[in-house]
Design a protein around this ligand. Sequence first.
Ligand SMILES: NC(=O)c1ccc[n+]([C@@H]2O[C@H](COP(=O)([O-])OP(=O)(O)OC[C@H]3O[C@@H](n4cnc5c(N)ncnc54)[C@H](OP(=O)(O)O)[C@@H]3O)[C@@H](O)[C@H]2O)c1
Length: 291
Amino acid sequence: MVRVAACGLNFADVMTAKGGYPGTPPPPLIAGREFSGAEDSGGRRVMGYTQWAAFAEKTAAHSSMIWPVPDHWTDEQAAAFPVNYFTAYLAYWLAGMTEPPKPGRTHRALIHAVAGGVGTAAVQIGQLLGIEMYGTSSSSEKLERVVRLGLQHAVNYKEHDYEEVVRNLTHGEGVDAVFEMLGGEHTAKSLRCLRDFGRVIQYGTATGKSPKLDLRAMYAKSGIVQGLWLTYLSQKREIMEPAWQQLSKWIAQHKLTPQIGHVLPLERAIEAYQLLEDGKNYGKVVLKMAN
Ligand SMILES: NC(=O)c1ccc[n+]([C@@H]2O[C@H](COP(=O)([O-])OP(=O)(O)OC[C@H]3O[C@@H](n4cnc5c(N)ncnc54)[C@H](OP(=O)(O)O)[C@@H]3O)[C@@H](O)[C@H]2O)c1
């Protein structure tokens, strides 16, 4: 049992509220999939991942899904860690980018919603892995902040077509991986951004539209579309443990800092949900508990 101090709000919570998230139990439902706080017995500071019931004074968590809070992190930072950093790290892992590239080559990634929760985590991890990163956002202001985090190629998709930008800047070669969470036409467009044998890591559908494929682009580049769902992967210790080993090493070296754009008290949760639904957030939106 954990006395909850703060919680991370995720796009999945917005989808859950709308009734569109797979596996949502019938109401009444206490939402919330990540939290920080103190263990009820002993008081150890922990951060954790669950599926439901984190937006509460106390929550129960599986021991394999809680991790010690780094001493130099606040409760808010800890609440912003689990979903964003595990998802971003596993996206690189699935794309084969946690291993060094062949000599003389640099891994390239295109990260959609780069100024969001998962996006900013992906930029910090990408910088540590030596990835050449391209990132999209609707806002130049948000992009400026992500460039300060290490993003090399920022694309405001309201002003530029990211497919064209990637083609031009990579001299027609494309990127090794696209972290794709928009769905609809964007999956097909992302396939067209791939380098030979590249892969689109499909991990969401924020547009609400089913991903469309461009088979011609897939054939032309021997491209792959691969799914990523943390809910599923988190049940696999053999995957989560090595990911935590690497992430905790970087944390201890002060190389990862969760980006938090907004902290609101639980009573203002509606506004917090609205920020994510409208795509107005930078980094993570955190809900603070009263206790
Ligand atoms: N598969 C998994 O295990 C997994 C795990 C975590 C997250 N996800 C998915 O990853 C995505 C990002 O999640 P997050 O919690 O980190 O959210 P987020 O990126 O912090 O917020 C969503 C961002 O998406 C962008 N966006 C583009 N089109 C949008 C639209 N039609 N509606 C709303 N936002 C839109 C907005 O940024 P711009 O305006 O800057 O483009 C917005 O800020 C979501 O699709 C989520 O479901 C999947």
